[in-house]
Design a protein around this ligand. Structure first.
Ligand code: ZN
Length: 147
């Protein structure tokens, strides 16, 4: 059975943990900054998109990190039974497409949607059109899923 793991998000100044289920980023637990002292100190969000509709995502807040973690885990256990492999795959595919767009941008290449002909050349050399972009990325650049 896949366990939840957490990884510190070093890009944030406040303490923030990204929660992973396998390779899928399924939520965050973060210290709240600012605000009155009597407010709860930790916010958590559970859900991923695409894969779980935003209306199904859950969130809450707690006084302590262990409480936030326990609430997060309970929320995840409620969401997990309805998840299918296709839900997780949808998230991985979206990650690959985003990473690929950044790689195209860094390579100075245009996306097919940015050309008048609707045809462009991938940084790998392949000719791509608008309809075939997703298929090309997922077939030829699937390693970008975890980038
Ligand atoms: Zn390519």
């Amino acid at each position: 059975m896949t366990e939840l793991r957490r990884r510190r998000d070093e890009t944030r100044s406040e303490e923030c943990w990204r929660i992973y289920y396998g390779d899928v980023h399924v939520g965050t637990i973060a210290a709240r900054t600012g605000g009155p002292r009597d407010e709860a100190k930790w916010d958590w969000k559970c859900g991923f998109y695409p894969g779980i509709e935003p209306g199904e995502h859950r969130s809450g807040s707690a006084e302590t990190f262990p409480e936030a973690r326990a609430e997060f885990e309970a929320a995840w256990q409620a969401l997990l039974p309805a998840r299918t492999d296709a839900d997780f795959q949808a998230w991985r595919d979206a990650q690959a497409l985003t990473a690929w767009k950044y790689a195209m941008w860094e390579a100075g290449a245009k996306l097919p949607t940015q050309t008048t002909s609707g045809v462009s050349r991938c940084f790998c050399g392949a000719t791509i059109d608008i309809a075939g972009t997703d298929r090309h990325v997922l077939d030829a650049h699937s390693e970008m899923r975890t980038a």
